[in-house]
Design a protein around this ligand. Structure first.
Ligand SMILES: *Cc1c(COP(=O)(O)O)cnc(C)c1O
Length: 309
């Protein structure tokens, strides 16, 4: 059984600012990051009647890859549904798709779907267990994710006590916002004053606020959403690619290319504009298997020899 608790916390300096980095990318070599936290519940519990997991989403999703690892460990079948797939991608899969297929994932298109649970792909809002099968919503946006994120909160509070930190502010980027919200809720429940800050990588601030409200009506439990520029999710931005290269050079840490550059960027932006007294922690979101396909695309867009300067 693999253990995915107690990721290390590393102290770095960036632009003279001390930042603790919670290295969730190092939880385990195969099962790491944000999605490992979300699927922790399935990893540690026994499901004697389960034979299969069904989920859906993009064909480069980190959740897809992490579920493929989970299913391999559990010896469950894994069926994954997606909207579309270019023939180039099918002939030469890269990144998360390549590794998920190697782990035995069966990739299918929605039009081949035989499950009523997934007929309307946007409505699966909770985990369903039925006929020896677990249906998991896109990206692990469901209550079962709470378990692993609560574990993350416990590790952070323990660290705070050990280091005798009075005030701590946590930063992480959001997609659906599930991780940031569950983390803030867990901290509040533990009577810990640590504040969670996040930025919207998918949609704008308003979309993220709606996501939070759908999960929790009480705004006191919501993370603070940082101001960000308008950006389309997944759209390549050479400025962010350069920043990613810079982070790697200065910190010797590889981040993912989809969320972390903007998470770190807007954290630094906020720290420059606001004089906050809290100690700072950034949570590495893992997902670096997905970089393989992102780097190919970035090199095409920004130039093969694109350099940090
Ligand atoms: C899924 C994911 C996120 C977004 O997490 P949410 O809980 O949907 O906000 C951020 N970073 C990485 C690397 C991810 O895989």
């Amino acid at each position: 059984m693999i253990n995915i608790e107690n990721s290390p916390i590393q102290e770095v300096f960036y632009n003279n600012k001390k930042i603790f980095i919670k290295r969730d990318d190092l939880l385990n070599s195969d099962f790491s990051g944000n999605k490992a936290r979300k699927f922790h519940y399935f990893l540690i519990n026994d499901f004697p009647c389960i034979k299969k997991v069904v989920s859906y989403g993009s064909n480069q999703s980190n959740a897809m890859y992490s579920l493929s690892v989970l299913c391999k460990l559990k010896e469950w079948e894994f069926e994954y549904y997606t909207d579309h797939l270019s023939s180039a991608m099918l002939q030469n899969p890269v990144g998360n798709l390549k590794y998920a297929l190697q782990n035995g994932m069966k990739l299918k298109l929605f039009k081949e779907c035989k499950y009523s649970e997934l007929d309307n792909k946007n409505t699966l809002s909770k985990t369903i267990i039925k006929n020896n099968t677990i249906f998991i919503p896109e990206g692990g946006r469901c209550e079962t994710s709470r378990y692993g994120i609560n574990q993350l909160a416990k590790e952070i509070v323990k660290f705070k006590k050990e280091k005798k930190l009075i005030n701590l502010a946590i930063f992480l980027p959001s997609g659906t916002g599930t991780t940031a919200l569950f983390l803030q809720q867990s901290l509040v429940k533990m009577n810990d004053k640590t504040k969670v800050y996040t930025n919207a990588c998918v949609g704008q601030k308003e979309y993220l606020r709606k996501q939070f409200l759908a999960l929790d009506k009480n705004e006191n439990n919501h993370p603070q959403i940082l101001d960000t520029k308008k950006h389309t999710f997944g759209k390549l931005d050479c400025k962010m690619y350069r920043f990613w290269i810079e982070l790697q050079k200065k910190l010797d840490i590889e981040f993912d290319l989809l969320y972390d550059p903007s998470g770190f960027w807007y954290m630094m932006d906020f720290l420059q504009k606001n004089d906050i007294t809290e100690e700072i922690m950034y949570i590495h979101q893992g997902g670096i298997k997905g970089n393989e396909s992102m780097i190919q695309r970035y090199k095409r867009k920004c130039g093969e020899n694109f350099q940090y300067k």
